[in-house]
Unconditional design. Structure first.
Length: 119
């Protein structure tokens, strides 16, 4: 997650369209998040890249999880947290209780406690 954090700390120019910088960040985040989540056994990781935000789903065991990285345009001043929660399936955007984790290396280990409680 080191490259993603560095890009978040640099911040992003606000625009009515996705900027090249945000598109680059989205690719880096996708790669790093996928590797991070695979360390705790996540499978079927999918991403949706919106207007300066990223969301998606992954599965741990038989449980689907939704995640969302909110609008990153203010990240230069305040590092965003990743929200995640249980989901019934990959179309459940309302799911269980929201949980938050700092974006950092080994954040999947911190998230893993909830996965084990639920699983």
């Amino acid at each position: 997650m080191k490259k993603s954090i560095k890009l978040l700390e640099q911040g992003f120019e606000s625009s009515s369209t996705k900027t090249p910088e945000f598109k680059h960040f989205a690719r880096i985040f996708r790669n790093e998040f996928t590797k991070e989540m695979q360390t705790v056994g996540a499978t079927n990781i999918i991403f949706s890249v919106g207007h300066f935000y990223i969301s998606g789903f992954f599965t741990i065991g038989k449980q689907a999880w939704y995640f969302s990285l909110p609008d990153v345009r203010g990240s230069k001043y305040r590092m965003p947290q990743l929200m995640y929660r249980e989901a019934r399936d990959y179309k459940d955007y309302t799911g269980g209780a929201n949980r938050w984790v700092d974006i950092k290396p080994l954040m999947a280990d911190q998230m893993c406690w909830y996965f084990k409680v639920i699983d």
